[in-house]
Design a protein around this ligand. Structure first.
Ligand code: SF4
Length: 331
């Protein structure tokens, strides 16, 4: 779908977003605290078989100083992200969350992979309230073929169990993986709609360097944006991020994401000396700096939310899914 039908779909999604959230978008910072990963996802440059990366774990005191004393004023939440690395969870993430809880009002979300129940409890006790865990692909056979973590059913079990133990869970899926067609995307949308989520991302497939999929083609941006719009119409109440990979797929992709229903932006505060090796796709990353994020918000006539995402989830009302899941044409 493109042309006027696509414009109408995106406009409908934008209206649904404004109806629920007004013109405000949530602004969070991400810090990428470790690029060690015990998993081997075929679509990710941080997979364990990639020997070309210098692996690192950040120093939690350095990150705490940055976030406590030098964060941009617009940031209300921080997302602590890493490869699947339980050592980093214990040595970096937990002390960092405790410091942030003690010294800042920041909401804390984590994106750390499938962990033990014990670590989930420790993260929650430390003060994190949002867990980001993507299901990536709706089809169990493709999930296994792409060496995504565990099995799809285990991943979905973790999503249910996290939500059942009080986490606000956000998930996500990839658009444009090799061999995926419109019906696969409709199935991913449908699966997302069945999960106990507060938010969901849609990421365009970008062939990662030093991965088995390096020679494949980049996702179709229109498909990705149409999935964002369909997701928004399916769940007007969900928080949907504009992911930085949209800019790798299309030079105007990020802003188009905000126009198609996204309402969360993320600026990257990972220290410069570390982020060169946090390579999900390519070494030449498109870093969403404070300036780029705020420029995109302003250019779209939006404004940064003063209320944190964590506070929104604490106080917000969850609306039931819109009737008639939006599995309309996304291609
Ligand atoms: S997607 Fe996540 S779990 Fe998979 S290899 Fe990359 S960092 Fe590891």
């Amino acid at each position: 779908m493109n042309g006027s039908a696509q414009a109408a779909l995106h406009e409908q999604a934008a209206v649904a977003t404004r109806g629920q959230f007004g013109r405000e978008v949530f602004v969070r910072a991400v810090v990428e605290v470790s690029n060690f990963c015990r998993e081997n996802c075929a679509y990710c440059g941080m997979r364990r078989d990639n020997r070309t990366l210098a692996r690192y774990r950040a120093n939690h005191e350095q990150l705490a100083d940055l976030l406590v004393h030098h964060r941009p004023a617009s940031v209300t939440d921080v997302n602590i992200q890493a490869g699947e690395d339980p050592v980093a969870v214990r040595e970096v993430v937990l002390p960092l969350i405790r410091t942030l809880r003690r010294e800042t009002p920041l909401g804390v979300s984590v994106c750390l992979g499938t962990l033990s129940r014990e670590l989930y409890v420790k993260l929650q006790s430390a003060g994190a309230t949002i867990y980001i865990i993507k299901f990536e692909i709706d089809d169990a056979a493709s999930y296994e073929k792409l060496e995504a973590p565990g099995t799809l059913s285990e991943r979905l079990d973790h999503i249910h169990s996290l939500a059942g133990s009080g986490w606000n869970v956000s998930s996500g899926f990839i658009v444009g993986l090799p061999g995926q067609g419109p019906s696969d995307l409709a199935a991913s949308l449908k699966l997302a709609g069945t999960l106990p989520l507060r938010g969901c991302s849609v990421s365009p497939f970008i062939p990662g360097e030093a991965t088995p999929l390096a020679g494949e083609v980049v996702a179709n941006t229109n498909w990705t944006l149409n999935c964002i719009a369909a997701l928004r119409l399916m769940r007007p109440d969900w928080v949907i991020p504009a992911v930085s990979a949209l800019n790798l797929a299309d030079k105007d992709g990020y802003r188009r994401g905000l126009r198609a229903g996204a309402n969360l932006v993320t600026m990257n505060l990972t220290p410069d000396d570390l982020r060169g090796d946090y390579v999900i796709y390519k070494r030449k990353r498109f870093i969403m700096t404070e300036e780029r994020v705020l420029d995109a918000i302003t250019a779209e006539g939006l404004s940064p939310s003063r209320r944190s995402l964590a506070e929104h989830y604490r106080n917000g009302v969850t609306h039931p899914a819109a009737t008639g899941v939006m599995t309309m044409a996304v291609a």
